[in-house]
Design a protein around this ligand. Structure first.
Ligand code: SF4
Length: 509
């Protein structure tokens, strides 16, 4: 029997959550580096370069990899022989206390993203609690913890299906993945849970993502079990879709596929698929009664030396003087460097603006969107001499339902976010001769370095969802939808799917 101190458990959770906010698992870094060197699509290669540079900067600066610092998910396996030194807190309460401390850490505050009353008021709990805890009683006298901070963009793309027993799982994945768009910030991993019951399949899918990236070792030694064969099959088929980094088209969409399965009912084949994003974050530790966990920090030399330079002929734009006429010759896929003032806004701010416009109240004081760009972002709070904390783009698709009214009634000429826009929104962008620009999801710390000034101009009560004015310098973005409605998230994957088919055919010939 071992005696585990509650305080050691809480301290270890706190440390682990701080650790994963700025340290990518090195297996993920190495996998993206490999994909980066192999990539032939320039847009996808540029996106991976930014992800790798951001990863190193976060490790160096000990600041979050992504502005979405996630919902805390913990798998806790408590040995039957464990005794706690005190019994006043449940495991859920201990995880929540560690989460609270980690997210409110004054040296590296993390973004509190959890809202209570999700079907109603959706009020932010302000300390990122409660966390999601999966508790198992296992043999032994230790406590094993796997903790992750899962971004909303990738969690939102999770899928679940009850297949017929004879249905092919890889077929379902390959059919389903293109419907998930790019809001899960590829390149990442897919966790596939199979069997059990509907809810168990989803937990298996999530747990499978706690394993390190090792698909290339598996391919080298040859898959043996059903799960291993399925992993390789799905890995090859998904990458042949040509979706690529950030959905811009390319050779690597996933760096690994994980599969966990359990026996199930003879009539059922539950399958859940959960993607992990460019901000893959998880840590593992074991407590045996000898004190809190001691996570070993990686060395900066472990990160690849990747540089990313924009070409000398890259378009540089002054946002303070830009007009709608100026954006008409921007071409889809083009890199643009933005300097000057832009406004921010995401879900809650858009909803309020829509209500105000519909009530005839106009825009809030301090907000003039004439000839302006809006950046879909909810930044992390600043520390020290930072102007703003990590401030990468959030999924633009969620703002689709507000876009037409924004373009029609506010004078807005462009939007900046991540991932694809829906068909009706692309049509609205073309109708209003506007543009949609894409920043790299998962490169939030890097993006924040382009922001030279930040102030809240409206809806301060919304916290990270308030409207800020950012003054940026050379912020790199890609034209994802141009003023004619040409759409990089459609053309890129289609081109690269065809190219991959050609390459495969050439290899087989
Ligand atoms: S990388 Fe993308 S999906 Fe992941 S947490 Fe960041 S914004 Fe969300």
């Amino acid at each position: 029997m071992s005696i585990i101190r509650q305080q050691d458990f809480i301290d270890s959770i706190e440390d682990a959550l701080q650790f994963i906010s700025y340290y990518h698992p090195l297996d993920y870094v190495k996998a993206v580096e490999k994909a980066y060197h192999k990539e032939e699509s320039q847009a996808a290669k540029d996106a991976m370069a930014q992800i790798l540079i951001n990863s190193r900067m976060s490790a160096e600066g000990r600041r979050p990899l992504c502005q979405d610092t996630g919902i805390v998910t913990c798998f806790v396996k408590v040995g039957m022989g464990v005794q706690w030194d005190k019994t006043d807190l449940t495991v859920q309460e201990m995880v929540d206390e560690g989460t609270r401390r980690a997210y409110l850490n004054p040296d590296n505050p993390l973004r509190a993203s959890i809202v209570a009353d999700p079907a109603g008021t959706r009020k932010n709990t302000r300390d990122n609690t409660p966390s999601v805890v999966h508790l198992d009683m296992v043999k032994g006298d230790k406590v094993e913890v796997m903790t992750a901070a899962k971004g909303g963009g990738s969690e939102n793309k999770s899928k679940m299906v009850m297949l017929n027993p004879s249905d092919d799982i890889a077929d379902w994945v390959v059919k389903t993945l293109p419907t998930m768009g790019a809001g899960w910030c590829p390149p990442g991993m897919l966790g596939i849970g199979i069997g059990g019951t509907a809810e168990k399949a989803a937990v298996l899918a999530k747990e499978s993502l706690m394993d390190p990236v090792d698909i290339h070792e598996l391919i080298e030694r040859g898959p043996e079990t059903t799960e291993e064969k399925l992993r390789v099959d799905i890995f090859n088929k998904v990458n042949a879709l040509g979706i690529g980094a950030q959905g811009l088209g390319g050779l690597t969409t996933v760096v690994d596929v994980k599969v966990m399965s359990l026996p199930t009912h003879a009539a059922s084949k539950p399958v859940a698929m959960i993607p992990n994003c460019a901000a893959t974050r998880h840590a593992h530790f074991t407590l045996d009664g000898s004190g809190p966990a001691n996570l070993k920090a990686p060395k900066l030399e472990d990160w690849p030396e990747v540089t990313w330079e924009v070409g000398a002929d890259t378009r540089r734009v002054n946002l303070n003087t830009i007009t709608k006429e100026d954006i008409q010759d921007w071409k889809v896929g083009e890199t643009v460097l933005l300097s000057g003032k832009m406004l921010t806004g995401r879900d809650a701010a858009h909803k309020r603006i829509q209500t105000m416009l519909q009530n005839g109240e106009g825009l809030p004081d301090g907000v003039d969107l004439t000839n302006k760009f809006i950046y879909y972002v909810g930044p992390v709070d600043a520390v020290g001499d930072e102007v703003v904390g990590p401030a990468g783009p959030t999924t633009a698709t969620r703002m689709d339902k507000f876009t037409d009214i924004m373009l029609e009634e506010t004078g807005l000429i462009g939007m900046i976010g991540k991932a694809e826009r829906g068909t009706a929104t692309v049509e609205s962008i073309a109708k209003h001769k506007s543009v949609y620009l894409m920043a790299v999801g998962g490169a939030a710390y890097l993006v924040s370095k382009a922001i030279k000034n930040a102030k809240v101009v409206a809806f301060e009560d919304l916290g990270m969802e308030a409207i800020y004015e950012f003054d940026v310098e050379d912020m790199p973005v890609t034209v994802a939808v141009d003023s004619t409605g040409a759409n990089a998230h459609q053309t890129g994957p289609a081109i690269w799917k065809a190219k991959i088919e050609e390459l495969d055919a050439a290899l087989k010939a």
